[in-house]
Ligand binder design. Structure first.
Ligand SMILES: Nc1nc2c(ncn2[C@@H]2O[C@H](COP(=O)(O)OP(=O)(O)O)[C@@H](O)[C@H]2O)c(=O)[nH]1
Ligand SMILES: [Mg+2]
Length: 214
């Protein structure tokens, strides 16, 4: 019975996600769903990415958090349109939450809409929002065992950003294993190693992003 209920929820979500997808396609905006566990560096990556592309690409952001407006305030400081969703307890965004804020963004004027999902390595990957692509961020402080322990996010994502590589000297982490396991789960996944602290790897990530959304 519980399984059936879960399936019904996912089916209902998918219908709304299809509606969102059509709105995004009609508006000509590329939508990216950014996912990771809390603190992996999603907002920092988004800030550094926006700084590098905002002269060339019109970017908008939807921030998802259980509570608080901190991330929206950080993005607002970069002068790009941003809406904060507070899920009030839910550990992921769903398509209905996205649908309900679309009127608050200038969708037709945007080239790229990034949705920063609620920090969680499990649930966000299971709920389609109407995005064209999911991107997973995994910081090396989380350990190299995470792709195989939490496979769905890595299977669903078009790209994996391995973040905080400036911390490598301080950790016993096998970054090659993260790469190997991510590819074993998803042979077509694109992998980037970045540090938002030193800027290492950001050029390659930004170049790929610009090509992907154009
Ligand atoms: N050393 C280091 N710290 C980082 C890096 N990226 C983010 N952080 C730090 O990680 C913490 C969480 O970052 P945040 O972007 O808020 O993560 P989010 O919860 O995934 O959005 C903050 O203290 C950031 O300064 C990085 O590349 N290197
Ligand atoms: Mg954040």
């Amino acid at each position: 019975m519980k399984l059936k209920v879960t399936r019904n929820i996912l089916t209902a979500n998918e219908k709304i996600a299809e509606g969102n997808q059509k709105i995004f396609a009609d508006a000509g905006v590329f939508v990216l769903n950014l996912m990771s566990s809390p603190g992996a560096g999603k907002t920092t990556l988004l800030e550094e990415t926006i700084k590098r592309i905002k002269d060339r690409v019109k970017v908008g952001v939807i921030e998802g958090d259980i509570a608080g407006e901190d991330d929206a305030i950080r993005i607002d400081a970069l002068n790009v349109p941003v809406v904060q969703i507070n899920t009030g307890g839910a550990c992921h965004l769903d398509a209905n939450m996205i649908s309900s804020v679309l009127d608050d963004l200038p969708i037709t004027a945007l080239d790229l809409l990034v949705i920063e999902n609620v920090g969680n390595l499990v649930c966000p990957a299971e709920f389609k929002l109407g995005e064209q692509m999911k991107v997973a961020v995994l910081s090396i402080t989380e350990g190299h065992d995470k792709p195989l322990k939490y496979p769905v996010m890595f299977q669903e994502s078009g790209a994996l950003v391995i973040s905080k590589i400036d911390l490598k000297p301080f950790l016993d982490v096998d970054v090659e294993k993260i790469r190997r396991d991510a590819v074993s789960l998803n042979p077509s996944i694109r992998i980037f190693e970045v540090s938002c602290k030193t800027g290492e790897g950001l050029d390659a990530w930004v170049a790929w992003l610009l090509t992907t959304i154009s």
